[in-house]
Design a protein around this ligand. Structure first.
Ligand code: FUB
Length: 343
């Protein structure tokens, strides 16, 4: 890749990008893309990253998002439409700050936006907002979903029409501050309550949603991720243990739980035979992206599977991300071909 100066030529040469896929949105910063097919189109529900005066810390306070936009595309490769702000922090009665990674679901004539935010006590909870249109606007329920804690909600619709809410994330996600699903007094720092390296890692949680999609139908259960020997992945196994960004999809009768390994920056996946797990670790489906966080979703559209993810190609800064997509290949043996986000 030579510049005109080096070659002595004057004509413009095109920079060769080191990134494997282009940003989908470049007029604003977007991250944590949760994609779904609604009404025959691809809808994307991402976080809306913004510049902030809040100082960076180990709890992720600098991820200071204040609203959500919804995007749609007719099909992969077509124009990405920004449907504008669909839910704002000031319109969520129980929330105080940090609108992190959302997800959406549909039931009957309504669409539901599930989102994490810190409550008035600065504890992450998961809220829900409702619309009759996948492009919003969404109206928040007056309170967060009772029984939820931590962040990164993802809703999976099983073949029988049941919806399952997955959630949780460690460090900035505060999962380590809860024991038996209760907040432990005095835990304040990012590592307070983390298990010792030789103990089982903290796992995401799942609960079936009520028919009204606004409440949990049961007490959340831990989603256990096992190694190939049938033992829970250990807290010190940073290359494989759950950190945040749980996502579930089903392919050929197998349930796939994928998630970010956080400080080792992979999107790993594990397989099981039902939505509750246990799931057995299989490998990585996405290698580290540029930027610290890695967060994705997986959706099927017209017979092909797509991975949505983000990196920091546009800004070069971790809290100012841009969403991307690419095809995802399930191999004949059920494994997923690892995507490399860099060329
Ligand atoms: O966008 C804020 C947080 O960063 C998300 O909730 C995490 O999954 C990570 O992507």
């Amino acid at each position: 890749n030579c510049s005109p100066k080096e070659t002595g030529k004057t004509e413009q040469t095109e920079e060769v990008s080191k990134f494997a896929h282009p940003p989908l949105v470049s007029h604003m910063f977007t991250a944590d893309p949760s994609a779904h097919v609604f009404e025959g189109k691809i809808y994307i529900y991402p976080s809306h990253d913004v510049e902030t005066a809040v100082t960076q810390d180990d709890m992720g306070s600098h991820f200071d998002m204040r609203d959500y936009h919804v995007f749609s595309m007719e099909k992969p490769g077509s124009e990405v439409i920004d449907h504008g702000p669909v839910l704002k922090l000031e319109d969520i009665p129980w929330a105080s700050r940090q609108l992190w990674a959302p997800d959406a679901a549909q039931k009957d004539e309504n669409y539901y936006l599930y989102f994490p935010a810190k409550d008035k006590n600065d504890i992450f909870r998961i809220g829900v907002a409702v619309s009759d249109n996948p492009a919003g606007p969404f109206k928040a329920e007056p309170n967060y979903i009772q029984g939820t804690f931590s962040m990164d909600p993802a809703v999976f619709e099983d073949g029988d029409g049941s919806h399952y809410l997955y959630f949780g994330g460690i460090l900035g996600g505060q999962l380590q501050w809860f024991e038996d699903q209760q907040l432990v007094e005095g835990r304040k720092g990012p590592t307070d309550g983390l298990p010792a390296a030789e103990n089982p890692a903290l796992m995401p949680y799942v609960a079936k949603l009520q028919d009204n999609m606004l409440e949990l139908a049961e007490r959340p259960k831990e989603v256990i991720i096992l190694d190939q020997d049938g033992n829970p992945i250990k807290a010190g196994d940073n290359n494989r243990r759950f950190f945040e960004a749980a996502w579930v999809h089903q392919h050929n009768g197998t349930y796939y739980l994928s998630y970010s390994t956080g400080d080792t920056h992979f999107i790993a996946y594990a397989t099981g035979d039902n939505p509750y797990g246990p799931f057995t670790y299989q490998g990585n489906l996405l290698n580290p992206v540029e930027g610290w966080t890695n967060h994705h979703s997986i959706v099927q559209f017209e017979g092909k599977w797509y991975l949505f993810y983000h990196d920091t190609e546009i800004s070069g800064k971790t809290p100012l991300r841009n969403i991307k997509m690419t095809e995802l290949i399930h191999e004949n043996d059920g494994k997923i071909k690892t995507v490399d986000p860099m060329k």
